[in-house]
Design a protein around this ligand. Structure first.
Ligand code: SAM
Ligand code: SF4
Length: 475
């Protein structure tokens, strides 16, 4: 099942650019909301409705401190009510950093002669995946520079390679991709390799700002990138991830850009984005950017809370670009996925490289270098339920974020039990003793809160099966 909005499809808009900067700026400049209007919009979101651009602008322009607090409280409530306390875990795996583009903000840009370029050989990919499996990872996102070497066939090849690596009880059950946009044929090729989500971040939704940061190479073409996920949809890749790189242009405009992108995909393909990412620019090799649009921590929290309310059904990803403290703070406002044990230096999971970070080997600086175990430890302390669930994707339940959001009881019947089962596997196979104890306590607590005797009974049976060695059980 995929998201069916009330609006019917508008095929005429398919693969056409949809950003009108004047329209977005007019909203930002003209909407001056009073407190009553802000509360009305928050209530609409809490009623599980995606907000319009105008309503999103109401939240963006509500800058009185008490209204900001109400927006944050609304986002916290929406997350709790609608999604519960699960946090899905994943890790990025950088396959290669050759790049023919010159994105000013990125350490991999072609003009950066200090960058140490590498592409993992198949054998090295296998070793990296084994190391990730040994840590307990089940979901990866493969990341590539843009280069003819990393074409659709190669991306599909690496996805298949990763799925094929099994070590002990370890296996990767979902491979997502963050790579250059493809043509429709290319998206069909990667779709056939059974990929999960295909992410393409627009970086900035403002065409003029975009020009300033993308100096040469295919990525220079704003419209080609803007319409890339339409091509993915045309090719049948219906799990797509959108994102903006915060710090390139006014954050308020980018939030509207992300919502505009969302309602474009909904209107044309009847399916909104699977995930929204909101990376902030971090230090990188040879980085020299104007700090004018850099986003402060306060603004960052605000924009995450607004996005949560604006698109209540979509997964939101917060990465280790942010430090542990910021991650802990921001998570409560609607984040559903985080990475753990992240290493960006190519080939570094298998442990055969320098321990110290070297920006010349990385795309940008990782600010949360904690191991997966440490991240899980903190999640458990904060009473989150860490999850490695991949059930919906493997059962063909695409659009699961929409289901968990709209189908009454879906979380209690599927999401929480599956989170519990995957956490139990982690505790059995990979966790340190002190985490094992905490983990089972959280499992017990969440199981009791399900309140559905039949599900609890079945879940208990499966937990016993996991304890006696069975794996990969899901509802
Ligand atoms: N090369 C492909 C592309 O550009 O679409 C794949 C993605 S790139 C390796 C992953 C993302 O990292 C980019 O889309 C960008 O948003 C982000 N990124 C690049 N430089 C960054 C920096 N200095 N700090 C934080 N994120 C950055
Ligand atoms: Fe290349 Fe992507 Fe970095 Fe741009 S963001 S320089 S395309 S790796």
């Amino acid at each position: 099942m995929i998201f069916k909005p009330e609006k019917c499809s508008i095929p005429d808009e398919a693969m056409k650019p949809f950003i009108d900067p004047d329209e977005l700026w007019a909203l930002l400049n003209n909407i001056k909301p009073d407190a009553a209007r802000v509360r009305e919009v928050i209530a609409k979101a809490l009623d599980k409705n995606r907000l319009t651009l105008g309503e999103t602008a109401v939240l963006i322009n509500a800058d009185a401190p008490e209204l900001i607090e109400e927006i944050k409280a609304g986002a916290r409530e929406l997350k709790k009510k609608v999604y519960g306390n699960r946090i899905v875990l994943f890790a990025p795996l950088y396959i290669g950093n050759h790049c023919i583009n010159n994105c000013k903000y990125c350490g991999f840009k072609a003009s950066n002669k200090s960058a140490i370029r590498r592409k993992l050989a198949d054998e090295e990919i296998i070793r990296e995946v084994e190391a990730l499996e040994d840590n307990g990872q089940k979901r990866l996102i493969l990341v590539y520079g843009e280069h003819p070497m990393y074409n659709a066939e190669y991306i599909a090849h690496t996805a298949r390679l990763v799925y094929g690596v099994k070590k002990g009880n370890g296996e990767i059950r979902r491979v997502n991709i963050n790579a250059a946009p493809l043509d429709i044929e290319g998206f069909k090729i990667v779709k056939a390799a059974n990929i999960g989500t295909y992410q393409v971040f627009q970086e900035t939704y403002h065409p003029e700002a975009y020009k300033l940061f993308h100096l040469s190479g295919p990525k220079k073409d704003f419209e080609n990138r803007l319409t890339s996920l339409d091509r993915a949809q045309e090719a049948g890749v219906d799990d797509v991830g959108i994102g903006a790189l915060f710090g390139l242009y006014d954050w308020r405009f980018e939030v509207l850009g992300l919502v505009r992108h969302t309602n474009h995909l909904e209107a044309v393909y009847n399916v909104g984005p699977h995930t929204i990412s909101f990376p902030r620019i971090k230090d990188a090799s040879e980085l020299n950017l104007d700090p004018k649009y850099m986003v402060s921590n306060e603004e960052f929290v605000r924009l995450v809370a607004i996005l949560r309310l604006a698109v209540p059904y979509t997964g939101m990803i917060l990465t280790a670009r942010e430090d542990a403290e910021v991650r802990t703070e921001v998570m409560q406002y609607g984040v559903s996925q985080i990475d753990g044990g992240t290493k960006l230096e190519i080939g570094s999971y298998a442990g055969n490289l320098n321990e110290t970070q070297n920006l010349n080997r990385e795309q940008f600086k990782v600010n949360d270098p904690r191991s997966l175990g440490e991240v899980i430890d903190e999640l458990l302390d904060k009473e989150y339920l860490p999850s490695f669930c991949t059930a919906c994707y493997r059962l063909g339940r695409t659009g699961e974020h929409f289901m968990e959001f709209s189908v009454p009881g879906f979380i209690k019947r599927f999401c929480t039990p599956n989170a519990i089962l995957t956490l139990a596997e982690y505790l059995e196979d990979y966790a340190k003793p002190e985490i094992v104890e905490k983990g089972w306590r959280i499992i017990e607590k969440n199981m009791n809160e399900l309140g559905e005797p039949q599900t609890i009974e079945e879940l208990k049976k499966r937990l016993e099966q996991i304890k006696s060695g069975k794996r990969d059980l899901y509802f």
